[in-house]
Design a protein around this ligand. Sequence first.
Ligand code: MLT
Length: 410
Amino acid sequence: MPRINPHYQKLRAGYLFPEIGKRVRNFATAHPEARIIRLGIGDVVLPLPAPIVEAMKAGADEMGSQDTFRGYGPEQGYEFLLEAIAGAYHAQGANVAAEEIFVSDGSKCDTANIQEIFALDNVVALTDPVYPVYVDTNVMAGRTGEADDCGRYANLVYLPTTAENGFDPALPVGHVDIIYLCSPNNPTGAVMARASLARWVAYARKEGAVILFDAAYEAFIREPGLVHSIFEIPGSRDVAIEFRSFSKTAGFTGTRCAFTVIPRELCGHDASGAPVPLRGLWNRRHTTKFNGVSYPVQRAAVAVFSPEGSRAVQANIDYTMENARIIREGLAAAGYRVYGGENAPYIWLRVPAGVTSWDFFDRLLAEAHVVGTPGSGFGNCGEGYFRLSAFGLRENIEEAIERIRQKMHL
Ligand code: MLT
C-alpha cells in the first residue's frame, strides 16, 4: 500500500459545498414534499445568452469541418481571446498585455494551484472568513500545521474581516510572503476601497510579498469609482497576480473558462536570492499540467466582449443584482443586519444572537426550506454570519424572502 499525503489528514471536514449538498439531500429524502430553494453555492441559473451560444455553436461547427478543425490549442489560450481580455483590462484603466494572461478552466483551479510555484516555507496570510479553497490547498501542500479547536491552521496568518472592522482587514503585524485578497469578497460581499488596496500594495512592496487577488466577482460592481482590478493601483504590477472568471460574470459555471494574469515584472526569488519571474514558472506549470480550454468554449468566451454579448451579459448581471437588492431589503425589513449585496452577488447576514451559523442553516432549511451557507464554513470569524447567494430565478428569490419573513422573522 502506498503512503498517502499526510497533509490531507489535517483537513477538518469535507469541502464546504459538498457537505451542504449532503445535508440538503438528507433533508429532501426525509421531506419529499418540501420545495427547497437553493441559495447556498453561488451557481448561475440563467441560460447562456444567445450571442454566446451562437459563438459556441459556430466554434463546434468549425471543429466538424476538415478545413477548420483544430487539435491542441495553445495552453495559454487562443490569441483572439487573450487580445479581447487585454482590451477589456485597458478599458478599465489597467495595463495588462495578452502574453501575461493564462486562460484556464476556472478560478477555483487557478487559485488552488497557484501556491505550487511558491516554496513551502513562505508565510501565507488570508482573511477570515475566506473562500475555503485558499486555505485547504495550502493545507494539502503541507504549508500549515494542524488545525486548532476553532479550525485555524498553525502557520497561517488569519486577518479578521468582520462588521467590527468594516470588512476591511488590517495589515499583518510583521512579515508575510503571500497574501490572498478577494474583492468583491466571497463570502462577505464587501468591496475593497481604492485606498485600502493601495495600502496592501504598499505593504507588499515593502515586505517583498505577493498579493493573490481574486477578482472573480468584479463584474458585479455597480458603484462607479470602485476598483475592478488590482492593476488599477499604481505599483501593483510587480507585487500582484489577478484571477478572473467567466463563471459568474457570463454564466459559465458549467461551461468552464477563466483566466489568470501574471505581469512580466513580477518575481519571486530562488535560494540564492536571485529574482525569478513568476510568469515563467506559471507558464511552466500550466504547459505541463494543462492542455487548454476547448476551442468552442474560448469562442463563446470571446463573444462576451462583443457588443451584443456584453449587453446580454450585463442584462443577466443586472438581474442578479436586482435579486441581491430584494434579498438585502427583504431581510433588513425582517429585522436582520445585512451586509454586501450592493456590489457583489452575496448577502452576508448576522444570525440571531445565541444561534450558531450551522444551527441557523438547519433552522432555515427545516422551517423555510431555504438553503444558504453557514458563515463558519468560511472560517472562525464567519461564525455568527450566514451567506445567501443572489444567483437564482426571481420567483424563487421572492418566495425565499417571503418564507424567511414569515417563518424566521426576528
Ligand atoms: C461559492 O458559492 O462560493 C462559489 O460558487 C464557489 C466557487 O466558485 O467555487
